[in-house]
Design a protein around this ligand. Structure first.
Ligand code: 13P
Length: 261
């Protein structure tokens, strides 16, 4: 099954507007256009507008890192998905850092996913278990609850177009990514949930990413995992050479997959 590969740079709360522009400038020159690989940059809200004028549009699309689920109103400090609809193609929703530090509940994540879809933005739904949950053997239950709740208000057509990122919390900001067999188990479990809820055609269309300590040297092994369609990259995406090498790695993985098919 050849789905378009996807590499997403999550810059988190790093880089000023000026620094973001400098990085975009470098990425415009370094990252190559590869057929079958889509590359997405996710800067802070503040940098989205200026960067939208600076990216090479043949190479990059933009994602928000979050977005409020109500379209407009008296919600001081919030930025709605509706306000960003002309600016971004994607929105990262339910990142574990938002669940942890901003206490986002399962229901709030569900409402944000629905708001993204309603506003024509593709949600990149992040799911993943903590170290403690893994130790308690709760991984499958946690992933089930996160996936089933978040997709609750969507049709199978909506779900075909969304992206789900498996980001085990214990592998974020770590020394190395989760081992391929752990990624394989989680990815196939998530695909199973989607199939149970929406059927095989939807499961075959939905794109799944892995995120957590992605670096160029790990890309080949991660992309070999059955059902992984790309990467959600944190730290390495702040360095244009490492990020560009990751994109090349995903491209090479896509090429070898198409030869096998
Ligand atoms: P790191 O790549 O820095 O581990 O971050 C992963 C992540 O949280 C991407 O959303």
């Amino acid at each position: 099954m050849s789905r378009v590969k996807l590499v997403v740079a999550n810059w988190k709360m790093y880089l000023s507007v000026h620094e973001s522009s400098l990085l975009v400038n470098r990425l415009n020159k370094t990252v190559k256009v590869h057929r079958g690989v889509e590359v997405v940059l996710s800067p802070s809200y503040l940098s989205l507008q200026p960067i939208s004028q600076e990216i090479d549009r043949r190479k990059f699309r933009l994602a928000a890192q979050d977005g409020y689920f109500i379209d407009e109103g008296a919600y001081t400090g919030a930025v709605s998905l509706s306000q960003m609809r002309d600016l971004v193609h994607y929105a990262i929703i339910g990142h574990s850092e938002r669940r942890r530090y901003f206490h986002e509940s399962l229901d709030e994540v569900r409402d944000k996913v629905a708001a993204a879809v309603r506003n024509g933005i593709v949600p990149i739904l992040c799911v993943g278990e903590t170290k403690e949950e893994r130790a308690q053997r709760e991984t499958k239950q946690v992933l089930h609850d996160q996936v089933v709740t978040a997709l609750a208000n969507l049709t199978s057509q909506d779900v075909e177009n969304i992206v789900i990122a498996y980001e085990p919390v214990w592998a974020i900001g770590a020394d190395q990514p989760a081992p391929p067999d752990a990624i394989a188990e989680a990815i196939s479990w998530i695909r199973f949930q989607v199939r149970e809820l929406y059927g095989q055609a939807t499961e075959e269309a939905v794109r799944l990413l892995y995120g957590g300590s992605d670096e160029p040297e790990y890309v080949a092994a991660i992309m070999e995992v059955n059902g992984v369609d790309g990467l959600l990259v944190g730290r390495a995406s702040l360095n244009y050479e490492r990020f560009s090498d990751i994109v090349t790695g995903v491209h090479l993985a896509a090429l070898s997959e198409s030869k096998v098919e």
